[in-house]
Design a protein around this ligand. Structure first.
Ligand code: AMP
Ligand code: MG
Length: 328
């Protein structure tokens, strides 16, 4: 078996066999999912997992999610599968739902950052599902971005921000959901939402009744997607009305994230679209690409408004709030 210690040349393509060979040999590979691109490693190879943390400059307290091909693989990875977890897995897998369950001894502690629980999901992307079926081990994969920066939703985003640190990007096109998975843990068998994500809370509640949401902003969170500043572009993101911002900035110094009506006072090249027709799913798909685009514009600040908090809107607002937190 080849051991890949150094990741020097980034390459992208749709070669599943190549991705599988690299992963078996202990290298990292960026993989497409319906939510965002992941930086994947052989979950049982602690050196490979350690390299994911190194490449992302991710703090060791921030656990990784295990990606599996089918529910049959769960038995070896967890020691308990509560009834409501079973219902949710049945309803939403493959899909943007991560279940946090008590881990078995098979799962290394460097995947879970020392926790006794492990986050697991079956991603809904044809290339990655095919890859997972090829492998006889789960993939540990957080989002494929430098820690704290905006998550990648295209292969190009991965290339842009991880440069030459990953040998292969499996290119599955733009992510169809665009926001990370919803994370659900269980306390006394009852579901608790630890991170808002692509699967709306209302969808979960249709299956298992009212759920508690525990999405706090502490710096030592249960789910580190909860840290206050996260998913942040470098340009200051301001939740200000345009008229207010124009008291401080000239129009050409401003960018605007557009949802619905386009602000004519700002130069057209500085208007970055979430959704011209005010569609929440389109806005979710475009959000991280839009935040990255802001960082390419010669502006001093970018304005945004919160969207309707219904359905996927709640996750969009959560990401906007954290993206803006760097400067608030
Ligand atoms: P990312 O894929 O980059 O969004 O990172 C994975 C996220 O999954 C982490 O930041 C945590 O929020 C969450 N996570 C993974 N494992 C656990 C766990 N055992 N308990 C709580 N949250 C987890
Ligand atoms: Mg992440």
């Amino acid at each position: 078996m080849t051991k890949y210690y150094f990741c020097t040349v980034i390459e992208r393509g749709t070669d599943i066999q190549k991705a599988a060979e690299l992963l078996r040999g202990g290298a990292c590979v960026a993989i497409p999912t319906e939510t965002v691109y992941g930086l994947a490693a052989h979950a049982f190879d602690t050196e490979a997992v350690a390299s994911v943390f190194r490449i992302k400059e991710r703090p060791s307290f921030d656990p990784l999610i295990l990606h599996i091909a089918s529910q049959e693989q769960l038995a070896a990875l967890v020691t308990d599968f509560p009834e409501k977890a079973r219902i949710l897995a049945g309803a939403f897998w493959p899909g943007p739902l991560t279940l946090v369950l008590p881990k078995s001894s098979t799962v290394p502690y460097n995947v879970t950052s020392g926790l006794e629980t492990v986050g697991i999901r079956i991603p809904d992307h044809p290339l990655t599902l095919q890859l997972l079926w090829e492998l006889n081990f789960p993939l540990a994969a957080p989002s494929a971005n430098p820690f704290g920066y905006v998550s990648p939703t295209t292969a190009q985003h991965v290339v842009d921000s991880l440069g030459e640190k990953v040998p292969y990007v499996l290119d599955g096109g733009p992510c169809t959901r665009g926001i990370e998975s919803t994370i659900v843990g269980f306390e006394d068998g009852e579901p608790v939402i630890y991170r808002l994500g692509s699967l709306p809370v209302q969808e979960i509640e249709k299956q298992v009744g009212k759920v508690r949401i525990s999405v706090n902003q502490s710096s030592n969170p249960v789910a580190p997607g909860q840290v206050k500043m996260h998913y942040a572009p470098l340009v200051p993101l301001l939740n200000l009305p345009l008229e207010e911002a124009l008291k401080t900035y000239r129009p050409e110094e401003l960018a605007v994230l557009v949802f619905g009506e386009s602000p004519e006072a700002v130069p057209s090249q500085n208007r970055v679209f979430l959704s011209a027709k005010g569609d929440l799913y389109e806005a979710a798909r475009n959000l991280f690409g839009a935040l990255r685009q802001l960082d390419t514009l010669p502006v001093k600040a970018a304005l945004f408004s919160y969207v309707n908090n219904e359905g996927i809107g709640a996750a969009i607002n959560d990401r906007l709030r954290r993206a803006a937190a760097r400067h608030s």
